[in-house]
Design a protein around this ligand. Structure first.
Ligand code: DAH
Length: 337
């Protein structure tokens, strides 16, 4: 083997071993083995003396190139180690990458807050089925068959003469049947209406209904409870306005407006410059509803109320399109985390 061949062979072997080295210690060992003062390249070059001037030039030139190539390869491998596993490159004081966690949907948050407020006032929570009978959704709540009041709530009918509940008030009929007064119930949940979807209406949304039945319950009890709720939920300095209205299951029926919490009643875009926001429906439970559930309306009276969760959430958080709650756009939902 000529000296030139020996240099070429050394180069090939060294490049391979440096490339597959798996520790800094091994790299240093290889550097000494091939390029050190007593290393293999130096050993080969000691034999230059035996060559002609031209051959010496050739082998010497090749040896310089090999030294430069091995130096570069050693350096690259060392760099790879120092960014990868060299502990000095880790800064333990750097903040970690935060993992994103899910949050409770804003509608569930608001529904929970409404229920918590009434729970604190001694109301129990009850739920009912989404697929209801005509009896509980309408009949027992004093909607006579063919009565135009049924048109107030456009209904989705399903198989077997059943329907998707149009409000959470049927839970009142169901619980009234099961219990003996005093009864204090709050019932949150999803409801369905066959309506055109728009910025203000959807085919599915949420309501919270509540009612209380006992002896000697009066309109004053109802007002007291609803004023306490609205102030706890929207703010202490709030004013309330009770307006006559109509629901088949209450008599008298009332709608409650609160003074706009944004402009404090002065008039702004949120309250459409009226100073008032419509928040809930309520009334004294109709004697027919108590009778249908087997209670004596001469002995017991009660009040009931119901509100739309999306509506309350839209007002409280100034959301201008109900569809935003259901689009599952994470950037929208994250604002409420
Ligand atoms: N169920 C009514 C609706 O969906 C809301 C309502 C009004 C519920 C008055 C009540 C009530 O319990 O007393 O429009």
């Amino acid at each position: 083997m000529t000296l030139l061949d020996e240099v070429a062979k050394l180069e090939q072997e060294a490049i391979e071993r440096i490339g597959s080295a798996d520790s800094l210690d091994l790299i240093n060992e290889l550097k000494i083995k091939y390029l050190g003062r007593k290393g293999e390249l130096t050993a080969i070059l000691k034999n230059l003396k035996s060559l002609s001037v031209d051959e010496r030039k050739e082998v010497g030139g090749k040896a310089n190139k090999v030294r430069a190539a091995l130096d570069a390869s050693l350096e690259a491998t060392i760099a790879k180690f120092s960014t990868g596993s060299d502990d000095s490159s880790i800064d333990p004081t750097m903040p970690g990458t935060a993992q994103k966690v899910g949050t409770v949907h804003i509608i569930n948050q608001v529904m929970g807050e409404i229920c918590d407020t009434f729970y604190g006032m001694g109301f129990e929570i009850a739920r009912g089925p989404h697929v209801e009978t005509d009896h509980y959704n309408f009949e027992s709540l004093n909607f006579p068959p063919d009565h135009p009041a049924r048109d107030m709530q456009d209904t989705f009918f399903v198989e077997g003469g059943r329907l998707l509940r149009t409000h959470t008030t049927p839970v009142q009929a169901r619980e009234l049947e099961k219990r003996k007064p005093p009864i204090k119930i709050i019932s949150p949940g999803r409801v369905f209406r066959n309506e055109e979807i728009s910025t203000r209406a959807h085919v599915s949304f949420h309501q919270v209904d509540g009612f209380l039945v006992d002896e000697n319950v009066t309109v004053a009890d109802m007002k007291g409870a609803l004023v306490a709720f609205c102030r706890a939920f929207f703010g202490e300095e709030l004013k309330l306005k009770f307006r006559p209205s109509f629901f088949p299951f209450t008599e008298p029926s009332v709608e409650v407006d609160v003074s706009c919490f944004l402009c404090k009643g002065k008039g702004c875009q949120l309250c459409k410059y009226s100073g008032w926001l419509e928040i809930l429906g309520c009334g004294m439970i109709h004697p027919n509803v108590l009778k249908a559930a087997g209670h004596d309306p001469e002995k017991y009276t009660g009040y009931a109320f119901g509100m739309g969760v999306e509506r309350v959430a839209m007002l409280k958080y100034k959301v201008n399109d109900i569809r935003l709650f259901f689009n599952n756009n994470v950037r929208f939902l994250r604002q409420f985390s």
